[in-house]
Design a protein around this ligand. Sequence first.
Ligand code: GLU
Length: 450
Amino acid sequence: MSHPIVRFAPSPTGRIHIGNARTALLNYLFARRHHGEFILRFDDTDIERSKEEFAASIEVDLAWLGIKPTLILRQSQRFALYHDAAEKLRAAHRLYPCYETAEELDRKRKRLQARGLPPIYDRAALSLTDADRARLEAEGRRPHWRFKLEPGTAHWDDLIRGESRIDCASLSDPILIREDGSYLYTLPSVVDDIDCRITHVIRGEDHVTNTAVQIQLFEALSGPGHAPSFGHHNLLSSATGEGLSKRTGALSIGSLHDQGIESLAVAAAAVLTGSSVALHPIRDLEEMIATLDLSSLSRSQARFDPAELAALSARTLHQLDFEAVRDRLAAHDITGYKAKAFWEAVRGNLTVFLDCIEWWRVVEGEIPPVTEDSEFLALASQRLPEEPWDEKAWSFWTSRLKDETGRKGKALFHPLRLALTGRETGPELAALLPLIGKLKATARLSGHVA
Ligand code: GLU
């Protein structure tokens, strides 16, 4: 495939959630896999609801997920293009003014439904004469504008769903421009997709019907055969089967970040849930770039389980190499010659990354030890081997204590763990002991804060 150009086009009316991340990542991974480009486009034609702070947070959330857009665009800065396109459609008699109020349209729909007919707009506005329109305008009515669909079946070979068709006769002519002159999503999206030479539109299956309309718009604006390829992925739903919404803020990327969930776990869950690939921890996005196949996405609902995500996040941490977390550790002053061995010692015990701060305190800082059985601890202190220590120091030391005292199992290890770490459980002491060092170990075994 030569140089695809894709886009992720959120409206900045809330923070993105894991379902939006699915769309963003599927586009990004696709672009990366085929050495293409990924455009972030803010669909912010709704000036009232779009907020700069949401656009900013979307950029932050995407960056956290590892997504780097090639280009960032805002529809609010591109109105001239939409005006030109609307003119072109008017000139081709594909955009026509309608004057019905919302109540009138609602009555029409109800009448059709009462007769068991589909609520399709009757195109009454197409039969208005110039005089009718002048009269309506004199009454103070302003037109909204509909795109005149051509009869026939829209069909496309969906990248995910395969051969797809929609009978356009089953659709109302869509409104492209509201009474107040503002644009609905449909036209600006197509205009930008043409202008940016988008080759593949990958989005949620809630847009399938839009695709039928938009294929006609692509052809009306740039000639037959000019529509991009389309792929519609299944939507993530909550564990109970409800859809996710940007408005409620539930499962927003920001809230997952604040809960300490690893970005790689969010990315893996966003992409792999509802696919034929089992959910598993990943080391980087590259792994998914290599394996992602849009056809592995299933067509059934993809239920997303937050408890599974928390577990995946912990498993993700457990397999991360030091290099992958070096900067994050350094941000918490976990640096120096011990940092790598420290990470390798504690990672398997972390639920969230920030847990490692407490363990660093055990290794480098001061903790109040918990001393039970001070006689045993005094002996243990005397029997500490000479430094330098490696992973064998622990077994050398504890075998000696075992031989001398006859203690074993919990009676042997538990008092040592409590004194050395101040905690009941934690990482392997064989790995921690050399990091704690003899000075601190001796002090803690004698009950001193060290
Ligand atoms: N702004 C639209 C949405 O968030 C974009 C849909 C599309 O990708 O065309 O649903």
